[in-house]
Design a protein around this ligand. Sequence first.
Ligand SMILES: C[S@@+](CC[C@H](N)C(=O)[O-])C[C@H]1O[C@@H](n2cnc3c(N)ncnc32)[C@H](O)[C@@H]1O
Length: 311
Amino acid sequence: MIYFPKDLAEIIHQNIGSAKGLNAVRLRENYQKNKNHEELYSTYLLSRMPSTYAAITRVLQEIPADVEVLTALDIGSGPGTGLWAMRERFPGMASYKGLEVDEIFIDLAKQLNSKASGPVVEWMNGAYPKDLPDSKSDLVLMSYTVGENSAETVLKTIDHVWKHNVSEWLVVIEPGTPKGYNSILNIRGYVAKNGGYMYAPCKGNYTCPLFGHDWCHFSIRLERTLLQKQIKKGTLPYEDEKFSYLIARKSPIVFDEAAARVIKNPLVRSGHITLDLCGESGYERMTVSKSQKEAYRTAKNAEWGSTWKKK
Ligand SMILES: C[S@@+](CC[C@H](N)C(=O)[O-])C[C@H]1O[C@@H](n2cnc3c(N)ncnc32)[C@H](O)[C@@H]1O
């Protein structure tokens, strides 16, 4: 379970009544009329930001704990969701740049971050690819933004980003839909051809075994904030966010040949657990029975998205 930062939730809740003339009641009405209307900024802060925050946080957990990221570039930064997630994960981050085409999102990002400490923050109002900077950052994040652009724009952007902006890590996150997966796959193809190394969820540059059969995606559970519950009139204290993602690196990675990714919820039955695994040797469905004592103990802890080491 991922928890949205309490201080961020409070700032959003305090500001929301006056934000762009919308109040909670109108927000709920608008939300009910058109649940996917992400142009409603306040609705975005209330209903989507906690979910994208959870997905970014979950994906960043894949990067080894001892990795330091000092400089970050967040492309399509919206209200600055990536800043909040990266500040939490990389407390030593010294500089963060957000590139965002929408001025209202830039204003909101500034408001939300006005009292926060941490890295030196620069908000750049511009559109990718034309307004991308030429400087390098340890980590470049593109979270839930690629799908809003044409394939041509994305390709030009990734070409620039990979050559001129990424010094080590590229992290791309999209909704966990076939469309999101396809966008990720195209970026993966570009990066693999241009000297990059896939770090996660793939454990190498092998051809995606799911292509044409299924789409690779994962899920993260997040706690619903009070206003999120009110706006959605939801009773559940949590929701699940589905996402597809890619972490690529500039430096080579040596994977254990037996390492694989659990790509679906493990099926727990009496006496055995079935795992769907993906790795260098392709897709594999594996059953671990209770009699395989040690493997069974490990399988009980396996989760959709976790790493599995085949013996
Ligand atoms: C769904 S929001 C995601 C915001 C944030 N990254 C997050 O994860 O919550 C997508 C953002 O990308 C921005 N965006 C889309 N295309 C862009 C482009 N070509 N240049 C700059 N920003 C762009 C949008 O304005 C919007 O703020």
